[in-house]
Design a protein around this ligand. Structure first.
Ligand code: URA
Length: 478
């Protein structure tokens, strides 16, 4: 038997924990025998002293095994039989960003192409939004699915998204909520174990990770984003999963809207073939990566082999694979199929089926009803003319949180209607008093503070900078 106090001290003094010690902490916190105050101190010790790769893998496994591990072989068999082919089941996860709603675009797109997508999502964390909070802005929508109905929905529709109910990675559920309010979110080992424990428990064979990098991400620079990507890929591989990490830009919000119901409506816009270019492009690129990996077995042509099995540097938004035409041909073909199901409405139809299957009112999709709207729409004006050269995206996330779109304490209720419309991208030329953003608010005092955050977030210069910030994808780690 261990003493939690001794283990906190061991980590605080820079010690390396054993597997038994890590399991004692994870299981004790999950069953309630270790209280929040001790776990908070432990997480802070990890934040300051770090964990080595071996400890991170052990922490991930202990968290994944803290509850049930889904067996998706039945889904695979039934989908394979009906499709007449061997399709691998796929999952994706983002490390967290501002305005990131790609899951809700990619899930229906891939389901429309016959690729089963299983997704266990989280709530907002710190300044970043969470898919479950977005989905719950749809009246009637339930993310609390039993494992049985989750599996059944994937078989019927091809896409289900649930929160961590019941017994799937319960350790992460508790630790995630505690990290959110104890200043212990942005640590590589804690993020990697949180994400990968959920992914391993949810059972997909193929996992695509969208590792966000930049001012609105937990990883602010490429080297830490790369380290996070590498450890998650290696944890997945050790557990027999095929994992790819796409390092993508978060130096400005993704898409035009930040805020729960606003982002759901933006998803519908994209699925109707309109909407923000960068959001659409990243969604298509991630979906193409997932589609090729899911179909790898079917073609008998291992993607990892044809792509040289190397980290692939990217320039601009170009997916540069190994440079061989064959590879870009496959990517182009995958992107074409993805764009087709958006153009012909099949992806939107899947989204409708998905919302209905989880109890949501689908009226907002076709305009017969609408999601809850905020009382005020307040423009935030630029204080000076120039080129928008940088954005402190975390501040935009905090502005949305402050309006009521996120939580400051575990017990806070989300206001689904509030948020921010972003009116410019980095690189745009603006004039003094142009509208920088529009606040959707229910409280004028909160809106005043949020407007201050937004004005502080954007910097203008007379001349454009080198454009490094405008890349969409930096690197892909396989
Ligand atoms: N997403 C998660 O699921 N966990 C984290 O720690 C960060 C992003």
């Amino acid at each position: 038997m261990y003493s939690m106090n001794d283990l906190i001290l061991k980590k605080r003094n820079g010690g390396v924990l054993t597997e038994e010690e890590i399991r004692y902490i994870v299981n004790g916190y999950t069953d309630g025998s270790i209280p929040d105050y001790q776990m908070s101190a432990f997480l802070m010790a990890v934040w300051f002293k770090g964990m080595n790769d071996d400890e991170t893998v052990k922490l991930t496994m202990a968290m994944a095994e803290s509850g049930d591990m889904l067996d998706l072989s039945k889904v695979k068999k039934s989908i394979g039989e009906s499709a007449g082919k061997n399709m691998r089941i796929i999952d994706k996860h983002s490390t967290g960003g501002v305005g990131d709603k790609t899951t809700l675009i990619i899930g229906p797109v891939l389901a429309a192409l016959g690729v089963p997508v299983v997704k266990m999502s989280g709530r907002g964390l710190g300044h970043t939004g969470g898919t479950i909070d977005k989905l719950e802005s749809i009246p009637g929508f339930s993310s609390a699915l039993s494992e049985e109905s989750f599996i059944d929905q994937v078989k019927r529709i091809g896409f289900a998204d649930m929160c961590q109910t019941g017994n799937l990675a319960p350790a992460d559920k508790k630790i995630y909520a505690l990290r959110d309010v104890t200043g212990t979110v942005d640590n590589i080992s804690l993020i990697a174990s949180s994400i990968m424990s959920k992914k391993l428990a949810a059972g997909a064979e193929v996992i695509v990770l969208d590792v966000k990098c930049g001012s609105g991400a937990f990883m602010k620079d490429i080297s830490s984003a790369k380290k996070l990507a590498e450890i998650m890929v290696s944890i997945g591989k050790k557990c027999g999963r095929s994992v790819t990490a796409v390092i993508s830009d978060m130096n400005e919000p993704l898409g035009r809207f930040v805020g729960n119901s606003l982002e759901v409506m933006e998803v519908v816009e994209i699925l109707k073939g309109c909407g923000d270019e960068r959001l659409r492009e990243l969604s298509v690129k991630l979906a193409a990566e997932m589609l090729l990996l899911a179909e790898e077995d079917v073609s008998g042509d291992k993607l990892s082999e044809i792509i040289n099995n190397k980290n692939v540097p990217h320039t601009g938004t170009e997916i540069a694979c190994s440079g061989e035409e064959k590879d870009s041909g496959r990517y182009n073909a995958a992107e074409k199929r993805i764009k087709e199901v958006i153009q012909n409405g099949k992806a939107l139809q899947k989204f409708r089926e998905f919302v209905a299957a989880q109890g949501g009112d689908t009226g907002f999709i076709d305009g017969s009803s609408s999601l809850e709207a905020a009382k005020y729409m307040i423009p935030v004006r630029a204080s000076e003319s120039g080129i928008l050269v940088s954005c402190d995206t975390e501040k935009i996330g905090l502005a949305s949180l402050h309006l009521g779109g996120g939580r400051e304490k575990i017990s806070d209720e989300i206001d689904p209607s509030v948020g921010i419309e972003i009116c410019h991208h980095l690189g745009d030329k603006i004039e003094k008093n142009d509208t920088l953003a529009i606040l959707y608010a229910n409280d004028e005092a909160k809106a005043e503070t949020a407007a201050k955050f937004i004005k502080e977030a954007y910097k203008t210069e007379a001349e454009p900078t080198d454009g490094e910030n405008h890349k969409l994808i930096y690197e892909i780690i396989r």
